[in-house]
Design a protein around this ligand. Structure first.
Ligand code: ASP
Length: 443
């Protein structure tokens, strides 16, 4: 029996912004016959300052929704596609498609429908260019009446459809309700489609092609030329992306994770780079003790003090209730003997702070409440930390040498990460100090 491997390949907007980029994509697909299912995004920016087709579609549809003339805007979008078609030497015409789009815009088919046309049209071109079958995502990706992605129904419909198809192009970013109305995922959602298709065909690997060679250990805006991450687990990635590292849509992990399918992030402009592997678990040690560092500014801490609080049953619940009643989610809750601190997003908290303070007094009767603003949280993530002694010690001595005052420390029980709170102003210095001690000094 010959076992044929299956790879799902998703290409982001910058990989498909022009005919030149399309050709690179074609070469990548043809280089490996296992690359059988292709998920394209809409054409992205060709140069800095350019506009993504998805944004052009939103803008155009807003004019239509206000009964304003949108002919020029729609013609500009048609030109973007025509340039690609001409550049590839294809003979297909999207004229009829654009007539339908114009009619549906006039009939106010909705913003979701409008935005989805970016991927839909790019899918048609891609299928013609590759000689693959085109499958409209509206027929195979389903949403419930409440607007949630229907994972099981989709998996069944899509799995059955693709079992009959050797090679296909399925546009990213959208699906439809049972009645056929189009619904999109949130922005960047083609990553999710790629993951859904991978699960449905039980792919051997989900290749996600973008314009960087995978994840970096730290943000390149803070660290000059940071090293790349070769292998990262789903859980580590969740921690890092929650803290701001963005290459892949957050929700893209879930469908493949259920099947244990690895994701390989690759660079369309540097196909020779191996990129980053995102896996369920691995015995491969990461090169350094830490896998990555990420962080966010803009937090507040609310410090609640009450003598003998440790022996008061239900104190924590009452404190958190004050936040819940005001619709505020919390990030971290480190506690001491007579203190408990709640970290919240400053922008969410600001308008409601006095309401929360009075709710705290009403519900938990503390001795005092103190708020501190302009804090940053930094997550140092690494599966290697569990089996290495002294990681926390190294972090804090590096921060002390860099003159950074640590305001909060929280080590998750998984021993996968250590979260550190510092002043916003110390954010960059702290990240540099941590990167230096774990990466630079090990080189
Ligand atoms: N084109 C959509 C966006 O710009 C979806 C995607 O590219 O993944 O958000």
């Amino acid at each position: 029996m010959v076992i044929v491997m299956k790879k799902v390949v998703k290409f982001g907007g910058s990989s498909l912004a022009s005919a030149e980029q399309f050709k690179k994509v074609g070469d990548i697909i043809h280089a490996d016959k296992e690359r059988r299912y292709v998920v394209p995004s809409a054409p992205g920016k060709r140069f800095s300052g350019d506009t993504k087709v998805t944004d052009m579609l939103y803008g155009c549809y807003h004019l239509a929704a206000e009964d304003k003339d949108f002919k020029k805007e729609l013609a500009d979008i048609a030109t973007r596609y025509q340039d690609i078609i001409d550049g590839l030497g294809l003979t297909i015409s999207l004229k009829e498609e654009f007539k339908t789009i114009e009619k549906n815009f006039k009939e106010k088919a909705g913003e979701n429908y409008a935005a989805s046309r970016g991927e839909y049209l790019n899918g048609i071109i891609m299928a013609a260019y590759l000689g693959y079958e085109f499958i409209d995502a509206a027929e195979v990706i389903r949403f419930t009446d409440e607007g949630d992605f229907d994972s099981e129904l989709t998996n069944r419909i899509l799995g059955e459809r693709l079992a009959k198809t050797e090679c296909a192009v399925i546009p990213g970013f959208y699906g439809a309700y049972a009645d056929g109305r189009v619904k999109t995922f949130s922005r960047g959602g083609s990553d999710i489609t790629g993951s859904i298709v991978s699960r449905a065909v039980k792919a051997d690997v989900y290749e996600n092609w973008t314009d960087v060679s995978g994840f970096l250990i730290a943000d390149p805006r803070i660290i000059e030329n940071p090293e790349g991450i070769e292998t990262i687990t789903y859980r580590e990635l969740r921690e890092l992306s929650y803290m701001g590292a963005s290459v892949l849509h957050e929700d893209a992990i879930f469908p493949v994770r259920r099947e244990g399918i690895p994701i390989n992030i690759r660079n369309t402009n540097r196909p020779e780079d191996g990129g980053t592997w995102i896996v369920e678990s691995t015995c491969q040690k990461s090169k350094y003790v830490i896998t990555g560092i990420a962080g966010k500014k803009g937090f507040c801490s609310v410090n609640i003090e009450k003598a003998m609080m440790n022996s008061e049953i239900g104190f924590g619940r009452k404190v958190l209730q004050a936040f819940e009643d005001n619709g505020i989610s919390f990030e971290h809750v480190p506690s001491g003997i007579d203190t408990m601190t709640v970290f919240v997003h400053q922008d969410e908290f600001m308008d409601k702070e006095q309401k929360v303070v009075s709710a705290l007094h009403r519900l938990a009767d503390p001795d005092c409440v103190e708020i501190e603003a302009d804090l940053a949280l930094i997550a140092v993530v690494g599966r290697g930390m569990k089996s290495t002694r002294g990681t926390a010690g190294r972090i804090f001595s590096a921060l002390a040498h860099a003159n950074v005052n640590v305001k909060m420390i929280d080590q998750g029980s998984s021993e996968l990460n250590i979260i550190i709170g510092v002043a916003n102003d110390d954010f960059e210095t702290a990240i540099k100090a941590i990167y230096n001690i774990f990466v630079i000094s090990q080189l």
